[in-house]
Design a binder for this molecule. Sequence first.
Ligand code: ATP
Length: 854
Amino acid sequence: MSSVSDFSKFLQTPINQGLSQDEISERSSIFGKNTLKEKKKKPAWKQFLGQFQDFMILILLSAALISGVAGDLTDSIIILIIVVLNAVMGFVQEYRAEKALESLKKMSEVQSQVRRSGQTSQIPSSDLVPGDIILLEAGNMIPADIQLLEAFAVKVDEASLTGESIPVEKTASQSIETHSDINSTHQVFKGTVLTNGRAVGIVLRTGMDTQLGKIADLLQNTRPETPLQNRMKKFSKVISYLILLICLILFGMGILRGEEPLPLLLVTVSLAVAAIPEALPALITIALSLGAARLAKKEALIRKLPAVESLGSITYICSDKTGTLTKNEMTVVRESKSEIENYSPDFSNLHLAMALNHDIKSGENGQLAGEATELALVHYFIKKEGKEKLAQIQIELPRIGEIPFDSERKRMSTFHSFGGKVLILCKGATESIIQILKPQTDIQGINSDSKKWASEGERVLAFAAKIIDRLPGEKDWTDLEADLDYLGIAGMIDPPREEVKAAIEECKTAGIKPVMITGDHPETAKAIAKEVGILEENDQVLTGKELLELDDEKFEKQVENIAVYARVAPDQKLRIVKALQKKGHYVAMTGDGVNDAPSLRASTIGVAMGITGTDVSKEAAHMILLDDNFATIVRAIHEGRRIFDNIRKFIKYIMTCNGAEIWTIAMAPILGLPIPLLPIHILWINLVTDGVPALALAGERPEKDIMNRPPRPPQQSLFADGVGIHIIWVGILMAGVTLFTQYWAIKNDWHWQTMVFTVLAFSQLGHVMAVRSDRTFLFRQGLLSNAPLLLSVFVTLLLQLMVIYLPFFNELFHTEPLNLTELIYCAGMGLVVFHAVEIEKWVKKLWQKPSKID
Ligand code: ATP
């Protein structure tokens, strides 16, 4: 970093212009990215070598080495090759999971609004450089250490830096402080949050040079594991010990039977390597992270991986109204003016307030940009009075101060120079404005108009004004919001999104209750909730005020009957989440503002808005809706259920196959048969049948009834719903078919070992096809509906035929070419398991309701 005297030259950026492209490139090369350094990641080769760290693999390699030295070197080499292939596969899987997660992280990177070369634009915060002019508003995470050059009512929550949780006020100063100084009241710091107001600032320091960079340790790359990953890891451990024990017993029994120790050791160790489901945790990570990548394509960006898993358990969706259930395209449809004398000869006071009291900006191409409510008012003004008048009045009555809108106060005020005096304009929710009107105003009349319009689904805003002599010097101008003249009201509509009605219907069949939470008037909320289907006959509407009067116990009693919350303050959302959770519900809660963060964090899935959401809400959320659309949440739940189903399918598949291998090897001596398979056969089956087909199962399409069944309780075992039983009985059947083949082939003097090997491989392929659906028969699903799986089965089949018929492989795998009868026999036996699992679906059909199966 440059010395301070040097450094000040970087901080002379003209505020209206910002940095030029050349300056930005130069500074990027001097100061680098505006990020905190992360701990170095493991290099790829280390990750690859890590695959061999598995204890059993080491034993297998040593056993192979010993047996190689003792005699059969080809066997050892083949084992080595298979183990390396296994490691490659494990590595590729881990690598893919890692990449998918990284790209997700990139997509959710925070953006900053900057002024560069005279234009305002959004850039990734990591591209900020010292000297950048940055625009900040309530809800922004401060992306660097910044000095404020202009500030309106700015408050900053610095808890992340200082531990102090009460927001501190910050003011602007034009004289640049080159040092980033934690005690300065003109500076805001990376990692803190702008909770209130609006500001323009200049970036002082970035990345590791910021106050946060100085105190932050290197960021850890570790990600918390999802409950499923956690459970799977634990399960894998237990099952590994169990398998080791079984293999030890098999070895001991073999020795007692008088088998040769070294080949026996190789068989049992190979069996342990094949049967231990070491790939399962990695496969689950892949399924979750690929699922997350697919969700991102469907406009739902996952920020925390466990969310993918919990999507399937959601029982409540608490959604904002504006923009999520509705289009956020407001249009003023009517107005009612008061009788007082107009300030301007050109137009009514109501129109004057619409033209001046807002934060709408004119973008690069003259397009107006800003919040939907205010856009509607400005567009309405333009429609009624013309664009020129808007520009003219904004120049004539320039803004000299403001009290920004916040959803707690539900109003905003702007102050304008007005012929040597000051004009105060105020707009907001009717209840909020009537509190600051002159006492003699006809409040009842205003209220009744307002309520009537609201009950027709309109958002109603009231306007007020007054003229004062001058603006006091102190910053707190809220006292000025009193004794105002009433100007009128405007009613605007914001139609529901078209797809929302169907999405709400889908929620209901899926056992999920949709709830509307809005800052809007109860009548407006009710009208819209009815229209989209959220509010039904026995449902209740509760206002924020009523909620305040209920204690927790009473509230919990009613919470399940309430479908609409109106005029609630954002901090009340936390109470709603907690009450629902107390009732055993899993809640998805949407939010976009600064104060939504606690409820987003507390809910099972906090959902932030990608377009209108603040940085703080996005940071707190588990999932971000890139299109702000309610229907996207429902789509994500659909996808989450599918991902979970598919995880269960490949667990079912892998565990059954591994079980079958153990049953086969363990039962053969008991039935008086020789050891059925060679170590290479076991490892081969594990490699080709477990890996690719299992992964392809993760891409299986959703079951038909996926949104017709209730949510899955998150604590439910993976082996519930008959999965555990399936693993046991199909495993035994597969082993039975294989051992019968061995017995029959030996009896008929066929090539028994090659046949045993082939029947086991074929049975597993048959199983993977049948296990694709829990309920639908394969012929209904269609062979081609999971093309990658079909392809992997086909390739595995070819490989198996290669191992049987190519002389080169015959030698390596100790196989012999089968004649036609033998091959047909193997194919027939291989289909037994497939048919048995299809029959299982049919039996389930008899047991369950007919609608549950096709
Ligand atoms: P929802 O909670 O359904 O998403 P919302 O987020 O728009 O609605 P708030 O932003 O909390 O709700 O607004 C609450 C009320 O404040 C609105 O009903 C409206 O009356 C008023 N209001 C909204 N925007 C403004 C604004 N820019 N200026 C003044 N008042 C506003």
